[in-house]
Design a protein around this ligand. Structure first.
Ligand SMILES: Cc1cc2nc3c(=O)[nH]c(=O)nc-3n(C[C@H](O)[C@H](O)[C@H](O)COP(=O)(O)O)c2cc1C
Length: 147
């Protein structure tokens, strides 16, 4: 059994739906999971697996609600953290899923271990993004190292 911290970056709510679906899968697999809609690094277990689930807004920016968290991560050493990223974006923007890429790079720079390749979900192709996110997570959870 593993513990997951699901860290949400969302403006319009789509990433929150994805986070809820991911939490459901984790619990069904007997893992522990907590969703953070206003993420603050001080509330997070640094021995847990951090699953960042974020969209991209503005000119390739992270949503406002996750920007403080991104800044906090730039000021900490996070060597004990393991993480992966679910990005939501729209491929009609040149900055497709740039927010997800930004947070991946910030966490890597802080020393966190990127234990599973990110999934970048194009909402033009996947109008129900939770379907692809759940499939990605189910595949990851079948990795014997997590069980
Ligand atoms: C004003 C605006 C700007 C956006 N900018 C980007 C962008 O730069 N890159 C991208 O991949 N998607 C962009 N998107 C698409 C959103 O990331 C996508 O709709 C996503 O599903 C929103 O998720 P959320 O509801 O969790 O915020 C933008 C959407 C809006 C409305």
């Amino acid at each position: 059994m593993a513990t997951f911290e699901i860290i949400v970056g969302s403006v319009l709510g789509a990433s929150e739906y994805v986070a809820d679906a991911l939490e459901g899968v984790l619990v069904a697999h007997q893992h522990k999971a907590r969703i953070h809609l206003q993420p603050d690094i001080n509330d997070l277990d640094q021995t847990a697996i951090w699953l960042v689930c974020t969209s991209t807004h503005g000119a390739g920016d992270l949503p406002d609600n996750i920007q403080r968290f991104a800044r906090q991560c730039q000021q900490r050493a996070l060597d004990s953290v393991k993480f992966s990223v679910v990005g939501l974006g729209d491929s009609s923007y040149d900055t497709f899923c740039n927010g997800a890429v930004q947070i991946e790079n910030i966490l890597k720079k802080a020393g966190a271990v990127f234990i599973q390749p990110a999934v970048h979900i194009d909402v033009l192709v996947h109008p129900i993004p939770e379907d692809l996110a759940v499939k990605w997570l189910e595949e990851w959870l079948s990795d014997p190292q997590l069980n």
